[in-house]
Design a protein around this ligand. Structure first.
Ligand SMILES: Nc1ncnc2c1ncn2[C@@H]1O[C@H](COP(=O)(O)OP(=O)(O)O)[C@@H](O)[C@H]1O
Ligand SMILES: [Mg+2]
Length: 255
């Protein structure tokens, strides 16, 4: 199962990514969690302590590695398909059966330049998504720039997280346009921070039924856990139950 999670800032993407990664790992999947948000915090949502996370540098910011792997140090020419197979092993942080890789993003240069860092990140994404037998949970920003025509096929599900309100729905629509452009048809929605039936009804009215995988309730426990640096999954309350239902519906939807 390879899942990419996107949506407007603050809607609950990282919370959902952490829950799904932990759920998949607990049932025995080999899980690679990818933090592709420059404002990286998937580690804490998985339950990794700040000490263990340390001051890890995202792969996209490892200029020397990119230059070494692409052979860009010398004459300005470089490979667009650098060797990346060892990178997940080399740089991932392990926790509860999950390997977490900090990927980050590469800023787009003027004129759509492809720099060595782009080549490295793009090739790495391809490698990870083509890898058989491994589950991937990817926490992204409000976009899908890590995915392209070549990789869309390998993503089992693009999940856009929305909250009750028109702004996150607007962002979702923009994301679906981008997804359609690269041929990523398998997209779903998770509603997050939902307070009551009225809010659920609002979202149901604005979303196709087939796409809505489920609802994560607004939870004081999750807010509290965030303050105390505890992973939402370790709360083992209604929030985990809702994530279980979401995963179940996703797998049914993909059959
Ligand atoms: N279901 C929820 N109930 C209450 N607070 C939540 C819920 N989901 C997320 N949050 C809180 O909202 C903030 C943003 O969540 P996060 O998952 O980091 O969003 P994103 O990754 O989309 O920016 C965090 O402080 C988080 O603890
Ligand atoms: Mg996030």
């Amino acid at each position: 199962m390879k899942i990419a999670i996107t949506g407007k800032g603050g809607v609950g993407k990282t919370t959902l990514a952490g829950l799904l990664a932990r759920l998949l790992a607990d049932r025995g999947d080999t899980v690679l969690a990818i933090d592709a948000d420059p404002d990286a915090n998937l580690g804490s949502a998985i339950g990794i302590s700040p000490e263990a996370l340390g001051s890890t540098t995202p792969i996209s910011k490892m200029k020397d590695l990119a230059e070494e792997r692409t052979g860009a140090e010398g004459d300005g020419f470089y490979s667009l398909t650098p060797y990346v197979a060892d990178i997940p092993e080399e740089f991932a942080i392990e926790h509860k059966g999950i390997r977490l890789l900090l990927l980050g993003t590469v800023e787009q240069g003027g004129g759509g330049c492809i720099c060595p860092e782009h080549a490295l990140v793009r090739t790495l994404m391809k490698h990870i998504l083509f890898q058989k037998g491994e589950s991937v949970v990817m926490d992204m920003e409000a976009g899908i720039e890590h995915l392209g025509r070549g990789t869309a096929e390998s993503v089992d599900a693009l999940i856009t997280v929305v909250e009750p309100g028109s702004r996150s729905l607007q962002t979702a629509k923009q994301i679906w346009k981008l997804a359609a452009d690269i041929g990523l048809e398998k997209h779903f929605v998770v509603a997050s921070k939902v307070r009551n039936e009225t809010e659920t009804a609002y979202l149901q009215a604005h979303l196709p039924e087939t796409e809505l995988l489920g609802v994560i309730p607004m939870s004081d426990e999750v807010r509290q856990a965030d303050m105390e640096n505890i992973a939402p999954y370790d709360l083992q309350g209604e929030i985990v139950e809702s994530a279980k239902q979401i995963l179940k519906k996703l797998e049914q939807g993909l059959k």
